[in-house]
Design a protein around this ligand. Structure first.
Ligand SMILES: [Zn+2]
Length: 242
């Protein structure tokens, strides 16, 4: 049975991302560690591809299984057909390669190496966190265009001041990463560094990446933070002292 509870939840969250307007075209991606749910049927699946290189040695996730959105696919399509728009991969024992085991030989998200680097870090630092989610929440991205807010300290001061739940449910706040090219090593390294202190990171003028116990948890973190950003955007700038 390939439709694990986690994959069903990925489909639900993908639909919510689309409804929020945070997943235009093929925007955003998600990668979830499903190793705990993998049964013998999945373990016995033969690889659909030759081993593919990750580009790093990720020993902490060697032998583990992940569900990933496929590259070029839309979240709104994944919501309806998660196994036509995502793949299950198995990390090779070396931690340097992976193989696709289900259901189709689709290419995983182009951001797979940076997501897997995050999961490699989480596997030892916070093993309860199984999901990483990247999306384009409109108001958070809008605030990252405001120069005076472009630091971790100023962004959190602003968001925490909007509504009490933000600080309550996002106690670690939002890490702010200055603009870096999508898919670049600079973006991946900066994200990993900020993950030591935050569960969500705002990529300047691009989007957010969040980690959580599951993908719904990661979504909730982004949703709470973006709610605060929405409120900030709704306040006329001449009428607020930040
Ligand atoms: Zn993006």
């Amino acid at each position: 049975m390939l439709f694990t509870d986690t994959i069903n939840q990925c489909a639900e969250v993908a639909g919510m991302l689309w409804q929020c307007g945070w997943a235009e075209r093929n925007g955003g991606n998600l990668v979830v560690n499903i190793t705990n749910e993998v049964d013998d049927n999945i373990r016995r699946l033969p690889p659909l591809t030759a081993p593919l290189t990750i580009g790093a040695k990720l020993e902490a996730i060697a032998g583990q299984y992940f569900y990933c959105k496929a590259t070029g696919c839309r979240m709104r399509d994944l919501a309806r057909k998660p196994m036509d728009n995502g793949v299950i991969i198995r990390i090779q024992p070396s931690g340097e390669e992976y193989e696709i085991v289900a259901c189709k030989a689709l290419q995983p998200t182009s951001e797979l190496p940076s997501h897997l680097a995050i999961h490699n870090y989480l596997a030892t630092a916070a093993p309860e966190k199984k999901a990483s989610l990247h999306t384009h929440p409109t108001e958070l991205v809008a605030l990252s265009h405001v120069g005076e807010l472009c630091s971790t300290e100023r962004m959190n001061e602003t968001l925490w001041a909007m509504i009490p739940e933000t600080r309550l449910f996002c106690q670690k706040g939002l890490g702010f990463l200055p603009y870096a090219e999508p898919g670049s090593q600079e973006l991946a390294d900066g994200t990993l560094e900020l993950l030591h202190r935050h569960d969500a990171i705002l990529w300047e003028k691009h989007g957010v990446i969040a980690v959580g116990n599951d993908v719904m948890d990661a979504f909730d973190t982004v949703d709470i933070l973006n709610k605060a950003a929405q409120i900030r955007c709704a306040i006329p700038s001449f009428n607020i002292k930040l």
